[in-house]
Design a protein around this ligand. Structure first.
Ligand code: C5P
Length: 407
C-alpha cells in the first residue's frame, strides 16, 4: 500500500476498535497507534479473552483515551455506555476478530460490552478475522462470515501464512497498514466521489531497446499513487494503471501493470470512468523497433532510431469518445522551462479539463521527492497556484477539483 504520512480521511473520525482474544492483538495495538497518529479518536473495547493477552493500559497508552472492558458493562455508566459508544462512532472495527466473536455477531448474541455495542451500533462495521486455518475453514465459521457479509459487514482478510499454531494456512490477521487501507475505504463510502470511477496512470514508461535495455525517465510514481489513494479516500472505485515502481499500490485499487506507452494506451482504451488522471510520465519518443536479441558490445555502438510514441491523452480525447468515456480529464505537465506557457498549450491541445503544471527544475518538487509545487490551469482560463506541499496533499487538492467538476 502507499505509505504516506497524510491521512486526512482519518482526521477527526471516531473509531471504535474492538479487540478480541487472539494472539494478533499485538498488531491491534499498532493499529490503534497508527489511527491515533492519523488524527482519529480511538475508543478501544477489549473482550475478557482479549484482556488475557494484553491489558487496557497498552491501548490507553497509545490512544490517550480510556480503554473499555467488561467491567464497564456492569459499571455505573453501563446502561448508556454500550449504546453511546456505537452511536457516535464513524466506524466499528473489530481487529482481531475471533471465530467466537464472529459467531456471536452473526447470531446477535450480546453477552459482553463489545458484542452488545456491536448490536446497538448504527455505524458501519469492519472485521479482521484472526484464527487458526481449520477454524476459519470450518463450515460454521464460513456460514457466519457469509451471514455477516450479507448484512453489509465489511471483512478485511484473513491472509494466508504462518499461524500461531505453527501451521500454515488462511487465518492470519492482516497487517496494520493493510487494515488502515481497508478502514480508509470503509470511511470513504460516505465521501464525495462515492460511486464514481477514477482511472489514474502512474510511473515512467519503459520503451524497449532490446530484451535487456529500456528508455525510461525519473518518474517515481509517487504523485500518481498518492492520487489513487486520495481518490479511494474520496470513495471512488480506482483503477491504477502503473509501470513498475518501488511503491506498493494503495489497498482497494485495481492495479493494471504496464511497461510501455503502447501498453498504457491499450490498457486505458479498455477503461471507462468519471475521471482520468494522467499522472504517468509517458514517453514522447521510443525506439522505432526493439532488437530481438541483446545488442552486443562487440558489434559496435548501436544507432538507435527513435520515433514518436502515441500521445495517450490526445488519442483518448481525439478518438471523439474521450469526453464520453471520461467526463473529466486531467493531465500533468512536467517542464524545465516556460512552465505555464507549455502547460497551457498542452491543456488545449490535449482537450483537458485541467492540467497540473510541475516545475521540475526545482529540487524540492517534481520527480522522486515527497513534495510538489503545482499550478493548476483550468479549461475556463482560471488558475490556482498551490504552495509547496506533500504529494498526498497535492493529490487531495486535485481530487477536490475533480469532485467539483463532476458535481
Ligand atoms: O506534452 P506532454 O506529453 O509532455 O504532456 C504531458 C501529459 O501528457 C501528461 O499528463 C502525460 O501523462 C501525458 N502524455 C500522454 N502520452 C504521451 C506522453 C505524455 O498522454 N505519450
Amino acid at each position: 500500500m502507499y505509505n504516506h504520512s497524510r491521512m486526512s480521511i482519518l482526521s477527526g473520525k471516531h473509531i471504535l476498535l474492538g479487540v478480541t482474544g487472539s494472539i494478533a492483538v499485538y498488531k491491534a495495538a499498532d493499529l490503534a497507534s497508527k489511527l491515533t497518529q492519523a488524527g482519529a479518536k480511538v475508543d478501544v473495547i477489549l473482550t475478557s479473552a482479549g484482556e488475557k493477552f494484553v491489558t487496557p493500559l497498552t491501548f490507553q497508552s497509545v490512544t490517550g483515551r480510556r480503554a473499555f472492558t467488561d467491567k464497564d458493562l456492569w459499571g455505573d455508566e453501563a446502561h448508556v455506555l454500550h449504546v453511546s459508544l456505537g452511536k457516535t462512532a464513524d466506524l466499528l472495527v473489530i481487529a482481531p476478530c475471533t471465530a467466537d466473536t464472529m459467531a456471536k455477531l452473526a447470531h446477535g448474541i450480546a453477552d459482553n460490552l463489545l458484542t452488545v455495542t456491536a448490536l446497538a451500533a448504527t455505524c458501519p462495521m469492519l472485521i479482521a478475522p484472526a484464527m487458526d486455518g481449520g477454524m476459519f475453514d470450518h463450515p460454521a465459521t464460513q456460514e457466519n462470515l457469509k451471514t455477516l457479509q450479507t448484512r453489509g459487514v465489511l471483512v478485511a482478510g484473513p491472509a494466508s501464512g504462518h499461524l500461531a499454531s505453527g501451521l500454515k494456512g488462511v487465518g492470519r490477521m492482516l497487517e496494520p497498514m493493510e487494515l488502515l487501507g481497508h478502514i480508509r475505504i470503509a470511511l470513504g463510502k460516505k465521501e464525495k466521489l462515492a460511486g464514481k470511477k477514477v482511472i489514474v496512470t502512474a510511473g515512467g514508461t519503459q520503451e524497449a531497446i532490446d530484451p535487456v535495455r529500456v528508455i525510461t525517465n525519473h518518474s517515481s510514481g509517487r504523485q500518481g499513487y498518492a492520487l489513487a489513494q486520495a481518490a479511494l479516500d474520496a470513495g471512488a472505485d480506482v483503477t491504477l494503471i502503473t509501470t513498475p515502481t518501488a511503491l506498493t499500490p494503495p489497498v482497494g485499487a485495481e492495479v493494471v501493470n504496464v511497461k510501455s506507452v503502447q501498453d498504457m494506451l491499450d490498457a486505458l482504451l479498455k477503461e471507462k470512468g468519471d475521471a482520468l488522471i494522467m499522472a504517468a510520465a509517458a514517453a514522447d519518443f521510443r525506439p522505432k523497433s526493439a532488437a530481438k536479441d541483446k545488442l552486443k558490445k562487440r558489434d559496435g555502438i548501436p544507432q538507435i532510431q527513435l520515433e514518436a510514441a502515441p500521445d495517450i491523452l490526445k488519442t483518448v480525447a481525439g478518438s471523439g469518445s474521450g469526453k464520453r468515456r471520461f467526463k473529466v480529464m486531467v493531465g500533468f505537465a512536467a517542464e524545465s522551462r516556460d512552465l505555464l506557457e507549455n502547460a497551457s498549450e498542452k491543456l488545449k491541445s490535449k482537450g483537458l479539463d485541467f492540467i497540473a503544471a510541475n516545475d521540475i527544475s526545482a529540487t524540492d518538487a517534481g520527480f522522486a521527492v515527497e513534495t510538489n509545487r503545482l499550478t493548476l490551469l483550468f479549461a475556463d482560463g482560471t488558475q490556482e497556484t498551490l504552495p509547496l506541499m506533500n504529494k498526498s496533499e497535492a493529490a487531495e487538492k486535485i481530487i477536490e477539483h475533480i469532485a467539483r467538476l463532476l458535481e
